[in-house]
Design a protein. Structure first.
Length: 369
C-alpha cells in the first residue's frame, strides 16, 4: 500500500479510537483524584495545574486534528502528561505515594491499550508511563513490594494490553477495508470500471455548485446501434464494446469525469477554454473510438454537448444534452451535436431546429459499418 494511503487509513482508524470518552476518562480521573484524594501530606506542587491544563488541551486537539503524524505525537503526549500528573500527586502523598504507583501504572497501561493503532507505539507509551511513575522512587519501596512481583504485574498488564490492542486493531482494520470495498462497489460500475450513475451525478452536481472554476462542458453519449450489436453478436460482445468504450474514455478524459448513466449511455465532464476546444476534444474522442480495433466490433457513438455554468440545474442540463443527442441520432448518428438555444424550448426534432444548427457545431464521422 502506498505510504500516503497507509497514513490516511491509519489516521482514520486512529480517529475512530480517539473518542471523547476514552480521553475524557483519563482527564476526569486525574482531576477527581486531585480533588478527593485524602492521602495528601501536602498539596501537589504548582506544576500539577499546567500539566492538567496541557492534558485537557491535548484531548481537545486530538478530537479535531486529522494529520497522522500529529495524532501520533498527541497520543504519546497524552500518556506522558497523564502519567506525570499522577506522579505529581503520588509525590504529594509522602511515604504512601509510591505504593500506589503500581496500581496507577497498570490502569494507564490497560486504559491506553485502545488508543494506539500500532503495537510498537503502544509499547513505547507503556515504557513512558512506567518510567514516569517509577523513576526516582526510593530503593526501600522496591525492596518492600518485591521487585520481581512488581515487574511481573507490569509485564502482565502490558501483555494483556498488547493482546487487546491486536484484537481490536484487527477488527477495526477489517471494518475499514470492508467499508472501502463497499464504498467502491457503491460508486463504480462493475462492468466498465467507470463511475456509476449515482457517483457521477454527485460529482456533476458538485461541479455545478462550484462558484469559481474553469469553463466546463457536459456531453451525453450513446453508443450507436448497440441493440443491433447485442442481437447480432450476443451480449458478451456488447459487454466488450462497453468495456472498450470505457477504456478509450479514460485514456481521453480523467476517470472521475466519465460515468455510465445506464445501459449504453454515458456522461462526460470536460474542460476547454472555448466552445471550439470542447467540440474538438469530443471530435477527437469520436475518431479515437472509431479507430479502436482492440477486439470488439467497430462502433461509434452519438453525443449532445453543451456548456455548463455555476448554478445550472443538473436535471435541465441532462434534458438539453439528451435533446441534442436525440437530434444527433436522427441526423444519421456517429456525430456530436451542440445543444443550441432552440433545444431549450422543446423544439427538438423539428425541421427548424435541425436547419438552424451551425455547420461548424456538428461532426459527422465516416458512414457507420
Amino acid at each position: 500500500m502506498p505510504h500516503y494511503q497507509y497514513a490516511k487509513q491509519e489516521a482514520e482508524i486512529r480517529k475512530r479510537l480517539h473518542s471523547q470518552i476514552v480521553f475524557g476518562v483519563g482527564c476526569a480521573g486525574l482531576v477527581i483524584s486531585f480533588l478527593i484524594n485524602p492521602g495528601f501530606d501536602v498539596r501537589p506542587t504548582m506544576a500539577f495545574v499546567p500539566t492538567a491544563m496541557l492534558l485537557c488541551a491535548v484531548c481537545v486537539a486530538i478530537v479535531w486534528v486529522t494529520n497522522f503524524r500529529a495524532l501520533r505525537a498527541l497520543s504519546m503526549s497524552y500518556t506522558a502528561l497523564l502519567s506525570l500528573g499522577f506522579r505529581i500527586q503520588l509525590d504529594a502523598m509522602g511515604e504512601l505515594g509510591p505504593y500506589w504507583a503500581a496500581v496507577v501504572s497498570v490502569e494507564i497501561i490497560l486504559g491506553t491499550a485502545l488508543v494506539f493503532n500500532s503495537r510498537a507505539e503502544y509499547l513505547i507509551s507503556c515504557l513512558i508511563s512506567v518510567v514516569t511513575l517509577f523513576a526516582g522512587q526510593p530503593s526501600s519501596y522496591f525492596a518492600t513490594v518485591s521487585a520481581p512481583l512488581l515487574s511481573l504485574s507490569i509485564v502482565s498488564s502490558v501483555l494483556i494490553g498488547c493482546l487487546l490492542n491486536h484484537a481490536v486493531m484487527n477488527c477495526i482494520r477489517e471494518i475499514y477495508i470492508t467499508k472501502q470495498k463497499f464504498k467502491k462497489l457503491s460508486s463504480v460500475d462493475a462492468l466498465t470500471g467507470l463511475s456509476n450513475r449515482r457517483a457521477f451525478m454527485e460529482h456533476f452536481q458538485s461541479t455545478l455548485a462550484e462558484p469559481k472554476g474553469p469553463l466546463r462542458y457536459f456531453a451525453m453519449i450513446d453508443i450507436d446501434n448497440f441493440k443491433g450489436i447485442n442481437d447480432k453478436y450476443g451480449h458478451e460482445m456488447g459487454d466488450r464494446v462497453l468495456v472498450a468504450f470505457a477504456r478509450q474514455s479514460t485514456q481521453m478524459f480523467s476517470a472521475t469525469e466519465v460515468g455510465r448513466l445506464g445501459g449504453e449511455e454515458f456522461g462526460v465532464l470536460l474542460g476547454g477554454p472555448t466552445d471550439a476546444d470542447a467540440m474538438a476534444a469530443m471530435e477527437s474522442f469520436l475518431a479515437q473510438v472509431r479507430e479502436d480495433m482492440s477486439g470488439a466490433v467497430p462502433f461509434t457513438f452519438s453525443a449532445g454537448l453543451l456548456p455548463i455554468d455555476f448554478g445550472d440545474d443538473a436535471t435541465l442540463v441532462l434534458r438539453k444534452a439528451d435533446a441534442a443527442l436525440y437530434l444527433a441520432k436522427r441526423l444519421g448518428k456517429a456525430r456530436i451535436i451542440w445543444a443550441e438555444a432552440e433545444m431549450q424550448d422543446g423544439l427538438i426534432g423539428s425541421p427548424h431546429s435541425a436547419s438552424t444548427l451551425p455547420r461548424d457545431r456538428t461532426f459527422r464521422s465516416r458512414p457507420v459499418l
